[in-house]
Write a protein that binds this ligand. Sequence first.
Ligand code: ZN
Length: 199
Amino acid sequence: MNVVPPALERLIVDLNRLPGVGVKTATRLALYLLRRPAVEAQSLARNLSELHEAIKLCSNCFAFSESDPCLICADPQRDPSLVCVVEEAADLMAIEKTGTFKGQYHILHGVLSPMDGIGPDEIKVGALIDRIDKQGIKEVLIATSSTVPGEATAAFLIDRLQSKKVKLTRLACGIPMGMDIKYADEITLGRAIESRKKY
Ligand SMILES: [Zn+2]
């Protein structure tokens, strides 16, 4: 006998579709929402239903934004000749939090992954090349992750952009803050030595 009311069951099924949320967590979250005041669930429902209507992709950098161009592309204080290429919107948010980058972005919305059928046409590479050709970009900072697909994407971009008159840079890799050197793996330590900087 199924004792879960259908409305609750439907919510559990929806929550279970989210990444990293199993049936147990989905059930716990759904019951939590049910226990909380109705106004909280209504606010969540309203935000979810407005998500796709309110937020679009910036036609220049492909960031999620309520305006087009996005706030960063429209900001006259940002340097349009310096473009940081990232895999996804969360990477942009992480770099923005540092407050140290003053250029614009280009979000690829993915990484090259031939095994999953993701080639250059599936990510925003063509649009990046168009921007370089048309917008007088002087430096492209490639900030893809140091994972296998992230490195493959960086290598592909370096190969494709080498013929352009742009300076190509890559985020330095090194020892995380607060980490003891003796516990670093040899790849990280090797990269840190390669990326050493002069004082
Ligand atoms: Zn933008």
